[in-house]
Design a protein around this ligand. Structure first.
Ligand SMILES: Cc1cc2nc3c(=O)[nH]c(=O)nc-3n(C[C@H](O)[C@H](O)[C@H](O)COP(=O)(O)OP(=O)(O)OC[C@H]3O[C@@H](n4cnc5c(N)ncnc54)[C@H](O)[C@@H]3O)c2cc1C
Ligand SMILES: *[C@@H]1O[C@H](CO)[C@@H](O)[C@H](O)[C@H]1NC(C)=O
Ligand SMILES: *[C@@H]1O[C@H](CO)[C@@H](O)[C@H](O)[C@H]1NC(C)=O
Ligand SMILES: *[C@@H]1O[C@H](CO)[C@@H](O)[C@H](O)[C@H]1NC(C)=O
Length: 486
């Protein structure tokens, strides 16, 4: 049956044997995936007058950014903040378009599992100290948790000897810090994370929120549709188009052909692949024909992608103090011991945050193996257990109402993401060029790039972020534009 279809196709196009080299490619470039990297590449190439086709598997644009209407505003199911405002393409696009983004503070209100309120000042000081030592790593790489623990204990020896002597306090503080780090890194434990990382922070505000505009505004700006903009006439975007194979030629006169799950195929001079590292891990062997070179498949295996998920509740009205962005949950050893093994994921939630896009929503964060487990649990179980948790920590002096709606992410189960973002684990220092290798284009016999790679994982210093992903889309679009000028 397959063979018969193929013959009919050949007869119809009159192209027996090899495809006719004279036939012009329908597009200059095909972009696979319309997340931050893909949209930036599409925007850059379209502005330069290229004919671009964008193929996106999901039914929406944005990828790991997903702004959803919720309550009286919106919430972010994926990326929430612009991390750093200096030299940020993302921040600059907001400002240039008069979109007022707002800074949020990383100050924690701290609740204990017995319902009391923790010493906010001391706990925030210890948290800030712990995060700051990351910028001053040891000469020999070691597990991040081990390093922070050592530095923190040294610091407390001087300043808080009585607290340092309280073993239960230290144990629970370290558990809490571990969870905060895991939610930054998408790791399962802070001891999986290496102190040696090429990640660098941008300067300026670290938690800039798109609040009621939503992160989706970035994509409207990029695609020239913001404020009823007309878009780009030379950019063709197709949603619900899962790409199953990219056939790329050695022969400089032939096109790249991209095959989709629905049976359609498209041709172009070149292709920019922006799918996540998780998707590459799962399908690289079937996605590329011929297969990827060994250097690349090794990197795909050895780099790590983790999971961070959110559970967002909508309440009839806000019942929490609106002074802080974060409400941290610090367990006591005795209370933690009463939680059954099946429910232990609730002890892996560092607390809740108040999203700025909606005035009556609260976000719970999970990470690592806990997050993967929560994705598999029925909605009513997650809701009941999570509300028990919130009431245990924040409900001592108030009656917390039942939520009226709930949203949750499933970035690991999602076949088009297979994880939240990449991080440098203990093996990464052995592969110092991993991200650069992942970013290397596949070239034909004339040396022209035919398959290019963008996406957060390919940024050496700003991986795991939207601004990093955006930079890689710009980088690969420019690789093509400068080549064309030669
Ligand atoms: C919960 C969470 C919180 C985060 N918080 C922040 C934050 O506060 N600040 C920040 O800067 N970053 C944050 N991030 C990270 C940020 O979202 C990502 O780094 C960034 O969005 C990645 O963009 P990308 O273009 O590289 O990949 P993606 O956004 O994953 O884009 C790739 C696209 O390819 C598509 N695709 C996959 N397979 C196929 C296929 N076979 N065919 C066609 N299309 C396909 C996907 O559907 C997707 O749309 C967060 C991420 C998560 C999940
Ligand atoms: C932003 O606001 C300034 C001042 O009001 C105005 O001059 C400019 O045109 C605006 N830019 C955009 C992109 O709307
Ligand atoms: C509840 O009130 C008591 C007494 O005022 C106080 O000690 C405790 O910290 C409060 N707990 C919370 C969670 O507000
Ligand atoms: C780091 O991550 C990679 C990819 O997931 C994995 O193969 C490797 O075993 C991890 N290293 C360690 C020390 O856990």
């Amino acid at each position: 049956m397959l063979r018969w279809c193929a013959i009919v196709l050949l007869v119809c196009t009159g192209a027996f044997g090899n495809p006719t080299p004279e036939m012009p490619a329908a597009y200059d470039t095909i972009i696979i995936g319309m997340g931050a990297a893909g949209c930036t590449a599409a925007s850059t190439l379209s502005k330069a007058g290229k004919k671009v086709l964008a193929l996106e598997a999901m039914d929406r644009i944005g990828g790991r950014v997903n702004t959803v209407p919720f309550g009286d505003g919106v919430v972010e199911v994926g990326a929430e903040w612009i991390h750093g405002t200096e030299q940020s393409r993302v921040y600059n696009l907001a400002i240039q378009n008069n979109v007022s983004v707002l800074p949020q503070d990383i100050d924690f209100e701290v609740y204990r599992s017995d319902g009391s309120i923790g010493d906010k000042k001391v706990l925030n000081e210890l948290l800030t100290f712990s995060l700051s030592v990351i910028d001053d790593p040891p000469e020999t790489p070691e597990p991040l948790g081990q390093f922070i623990t050592r530095r923190l204990k040294d610091y407390m020896k001087e300043k808080y000897p009585a607290l340092l002597a309280d073993q239960d306090f230290i144990d629970n503080l370290l558990e809490f810090l571990d969870l905060v780090i895991d939610n930054y890194e998408s790791s399962n434990s802070w001891n999986e994370v290496s102190t040696e990382s090429k990640y660098t922070e941008l300067g300026g505000y670290q938690h800039m929120s798109w609040h009621r505009h939503g992160y989706k505004t970035l994509f409207e700006i990029l695609l020239n549709t913001y404020n009823n903009g007309p878009g780009y006439p030379n950019l063709d975007i197709k949603l619900k188009k899962e790409v199953t194979q990219i056939a790329w030629p050695q022969d400089p006169t032939q096109d790249v052909v991209v095959y989709c799950k629905d049976g359609s195929s498209y041709r172009a001079k070149n292709v920019i692949v922006t799918v996540s590292l998780g998707v590459l891990k799962e399908r690289h062997s079937s996605l590329f024909s011929p297969s990827l070179p060994k250097e690349k498949t090794e990197v795909i295996q050895n780099l790590g992608i983790g999971v961070v998920d959110k559970v967002v509740f909508l309440f009839p009205k806000p019942w929490w103090p609106d002074t802080e962005t974060f409400h941290g949950f610090v367990w006591n050893g005795a209370d933690r011991a009463t939680v059954s093994k099946d429910d232990s994921w609730i002890t892996k939630i560092f607390g809740v945050s108040t999203p700025l896009g909606s005035s009556t929503a609260l976000t719970l964060w999970t990470s690592g193996e806990g997050a993967k487990l929560v994705e598999t649990l029925p909605e009513d179980v997650v809701k009941r257990k999570a509300m028990e948790l919130i009431r245990r920590f924040m409900g001592k002096n108030r009656t917390i109402p039942e939520p009226i709606a709930m949203l949750r992410s499933s970035w690991y189960s999602n076949p088009y993401t297979r994880g939240s973002y990449t991080y440098d684990n203990l093996s990464t220092p052995q592969y110092p060029h991993a991200r650069a290798t992942l970013a290397e284009p596949l070239v034909d016999s004339s040396g022209a790039p035919r398959v290019l790679f963008a996406g957060e994982a390919t940024d050496n210093t700003h991986f795991s972020t939207v601004h990093g992903a955006t930079d890689t889309g710009f980088r690969e679009a420019n690789r093509l534009l400068t080549k064309a000028k030669l």
